[in-house]
Design a protein around this ligand. Structure first.
Ligand code: BGC
Length: 812
């Protein structure tokens, strides 16, 4: 079927260009890199928050609304009787031209109507707590234009959860102040909050509104606010109800003339004793200072240049030139960009994650870190410390923590027995990238309790021990509440639709539920841990753990092999899961991925057989499904997994996150053709061409799940942006396919490619060095024959690290 196109990649500008506002699902972007963040759709929908999408929500957004994507930063332009928005929504007045360019931490939306062009550049300047909206209005007609411009933002009453539910209070708490061209939002500032927000424009205004119902009208909508339709602001002052911020500006434009307006949505925190400048009047000193930094076009353009330069630097760290645009644009631009976004947000705030339910995941953030660590290592370092600080003395940990407080989230709890291993995965990646072993000596508390600090190395040790101390009858790891698959809840038995699978009782007494996924993960991270111990001279500890790893390998070979693939688990009663003996879900991807990455039983042909089985039973046109066949009914003993209809999510969806595990397994086995074909199936730039309509979600990033072959609509994507897929795709392509792998003493070069691959180069900044690496595959899938470093032959596959600029030639 011919697919409709909604846009295209612009690699030169590192943008995705959307040319039709009616995308099959809102296609969004993220603004902000550290503290102040915004989500923005291709029609300017979305919201902003400071650090934590739950506790410090600045503007309001309506999830799950009709129509979709309701709430955002809107500019209404009234030109005669016509009212339109540059992003088409919410008025939906047909435009003469529309374009949305999503770039690296910025979005530019341009609309044209009746000879007027309105272009808005949205971005969050580095290190500033604000969103800049630079609106340029241009008269392209031959007549003078008298325009009425209304801005619009709706305030969220800070806590995004209570904002949606506690109306008996909310409708009475709203407070604002208006000063010149700035509207201040100060709900709850009178009591315990020491923060406020503001919305400013750098020009004189001719009116304003701050009360939503007065502006919109009780029975009107964002599409036709009464004040805008009548061209008359009400100068309303919100007291309770729903405070908003809208500026009204009269603009005259001569033919050919253009004018810039700088709108600023800012967030300010004051010291407790400096909150007020007069009784009940907020101290606006910091707001004035922030505004002064960004109140002209020149200042804003400079801030934007700084942001672009920042992204130049980040994306110069790893650059491939392969002659394949689809590969290069994902590796050089979008995959790395998505890695930064997932590092920042974990699974908290997207158009599928409301920002309310989930904070930073323990396992999620460790994995995200592996996609990000080469970009800004100091931030990765801090993240490792933050994550480890939510661990308990026995090695267990909170499953999630809140970014604002950095405290474990009790609502989700713990008991996921894979969690501890991921700390090793993240830390090892950090040290290999940076060579900074001092992180192991950092003193890190348990559960954030001062006085409980031990070294980070100790945290790693107890993480390994947590697995060893929780083995089941087959000497395989007990699964706990669940392993990586949150929905395989083998100790949680629920017939009560009112309880959550994630928090319902986790029966540990008498359980025999063991996980082959954790077994594989333990072997992979255990080998890393052993190598680390050897590296830092802890030989006894290395030997101790090597024994545990060997024992685990034995246990998998003895009790975890089903003949053609690795078993998935044993249930509470010790019955096999993911076995040919089962009626449904005979094979699962997770254990194939981890046990092949761990190379368990490779010498006995297990790895090759498992990889073949993935191709035979799991692979389909759109990628590899999680399990096969799908569960067709709810199984009380398995928990949430079988609650999903066939082909969706953890029940035989294509969970893109774990496809790379099998791909790495393929790479380690030297099967480059298979690795590549799996990889290309879920690579957005390949998917873009074929499935713009079917796939639905953004064509420039991976999504968590694509409906599997058993689904009603196979190939449909969901849950875009925030997914471990980003980091795993990056790790897979950068280190295993293209084969440039940071190691303690240098860079290991070991590509695994399809036979068709031609010569390619990778420019890699590594610590204080720059490497220009050229690879000549010569039709080979795997196996480096020779390497030269600055013209001198290198023995082995690791180029030893020395600062400076180096040229590397690799022949396969
Ligand atoms: C969670 C991951 C989990 C995955 C599979 C995601 O939504 O964030 O932690 O591993 O689902 O269940």
């Amino acid at each position: 079927m011919e697919q409709k196109r909604y846009g295209h990649f612009d690699d030169q500008h590192r943008e995705y260009v959307i040319t039709d506002p009616q995308t099959p699902w809102p296609w969004i972007n993220y603004l902000g890199n550290e503290d102040f963040f915004s989500l923005i759709s291709n029609t300017a929908g979305g919201y902003s928050f400071y650090k934590d999408a739950k506790f410090r929500r600045i503007t309001r957004y309506r999830y799950n609304n009709v129509p979709m994507d309701n709430g955002g930063r809107y500019f209404y332009i009234k030109d005669g009787d016509t009212v339109w928005n540059p992003g088409w929504k919410p008025c939906k007045t047909p435009l003469d031209f529309y374009e949305c360019r999503h770039g690296m931490s910025y979005t530019r939306i341009t609309g044209r109507k009746n000879g007027v062009e309105a272009s808005v550049l949205f971005f969050v300047p580095l290190k500033k707590w604000c969103e800049v909206q630079k609106l340029t209005l241009k008269n392209e007609s031959n007549e003078v234009k008298q325009l009425k411009l209304f801005s619009f933002e709706e305030w969220c009453l800070w806590n995004a959860a209570t904002d949606m539910e506690n109306f008996q209070r909310n409708f009475s708490t709203g407070e604002v102040e208006i000063e010149g061209s700035t509207i201040y939002h100060k709900t709850e500032y009178r009591e315990r909050r020491n923060h406020y927000a503001f919305y400013h424009v750098n020009t004189e205004i001719q009116g304003f509104d701050t009360d939503r119902e007065t502006f919109v009208g009780l029975y009107n909508e964002f599409a036709d606010p009464q004040a805008v339709i009548e061209g008359k602001p009400r100068n309303s002052h919100a007291h309770g109800w729903s405070p908003i911020a809208s500026h009204y500006i009269e603009v005259t434009l001569n033919p050919g003339e253009s004018k810039d307006f700088i709108f600023l949505l800012g967030y300010i925190e004051n010291e407790q004793d400096e909150k007020f400048s007069a009784p009940q009047v907020i101290n606006k000193k910091k707001a004035h200072a922030l505004i002064a930094e960004l109140d002209t076009t020149e200042k804003v353009d400079r801030a934007f240049d700084v942001l672009c330069a920042y992204w130049d630097t980040l994306l110069n760290i790893y650059k491939v030139k392969s002659g394949n645009d689809k590969l290069d644009r994902m590796v050089n631009i979008w995959n790395q960009y998505q890695c930064m976004v997932t590092f920042n947000f974990s699974r908290s705030a997207s158009f599928f994650e409301s920002g309310v339910g989930r904070g930073m995941g323990f396992r999620d953030s460790n994995q995200d870190l592996v996609g990000f660590v080469h970009q800004i290592p100091p931030r990765a370092r801090q993240r490792i410390i933050d994550i480890a600080s939510t661990q308990f003395p026995d090695g267990g940990c909170y499953h999630q923590y809140q970014p604002l407080t950095k405290r474990g989230n009790n609502d989700i709890g713990g008991g996921f027995n894979d969690d501890p291993c991921w700390l090793i995965f993240g830390t090892v990646a950090y040290i290999k990238e940076t060579g900074d072993f001092t992180i192991l000596d950092e003193m890190v508390p348990f559960d954030n309790q001062p006085g409980t600090e031990v070294t980070l190395f100790e945290h790693l040790k107890i993480s390994m021990d947590h697995v060893i101390k929780n083995l089941g009858p087959h000497m395989l790891p007990l699964i706990g509440r669940a392993d990586w698959n949150d929905c395989l809840n083998l100790n949680c038995f629920s017939w009560d639709p009112n309880e959550s699978f994630q928090t319902t009782e986790n029966v540990s007494e008498g359980t025999k539920a063991e996980s082959l996924m954790i077994a594989g993960l333990f072997v992979v991270t255990g080998k890393d841990y052993v190598a680390l111990c050897q590296k830092i001279g802890k030989t006894d500890e290395a030997a101790r753990m090597q024994q545990a790893v060997d024992a685990m390998i034995d246990a998998v070979k003895k009790h975890g092999w089903d003949g053609e693939w690795y078993l998935r688990a044993y249930d509470f009663y010790g019955r096999k899961i993911g076995s040919n003996e089962c009626d449904e879900a005979k094979i699962f991807i997770e254990s194939q991925g981890w046990c092949t990455m761990a190379e368990i039983g490779a010498e006995d042909g297990m790895v090759a057989k498992s990889l073949d089985s993935c191709k035979k039973y799991l692979e389909c046109e759109h990628g590899m499904v999680l399990n096969n066949p799908a569960f067709t009914k709810y199984i009380y003993e398995y928990g949430e997994i079988s609650s999903y209809p066939e082909g969706y999510k953890e029940n035989a969806g294509i969970f893109c996150h774990n496809n790379p595990w099998v791909i790495i397994g393929e790479c380690l086995a030297g099967r480059g053709n298979d690795a590549w074909s799996h990889y290309a199936k879920i690579l957005p730039s390949y998917v873009e061409e074929k499935y713009q309509t079917l796939h639905k979600v953004e064509p420039y990033v991976n999504c968590q799940m694509v409906a599997g072959k058993d689904a009603y609509k196979p190939g449909e994507g969901k849950n875009s942006w925030l997914t471990g897929t980003a980091a795993w795709m990056w790790y897979t392509v950068s280190e295993f396919i293209l084969g440039i792998k940071p190691d303690y003493d240098g860079i290991r070069i070991d590509p695994c490619l399809p036979e068709t691959a031609g010569d390619y180069t990778v420019q890699r900044k590594f610590r204080e060095a720059d490497y220009d690496i050229t690879i000549h595959p010569n039709g080979s899938q795997k196996g480096v024959k020779s390497i030269t470093l600055d013209g001198q032959p290198v023995t082995g596959t690791v180029i030893p690290y020395t600062p400076g600029h180096h040229t590397v030639e690799v022949t396969m």
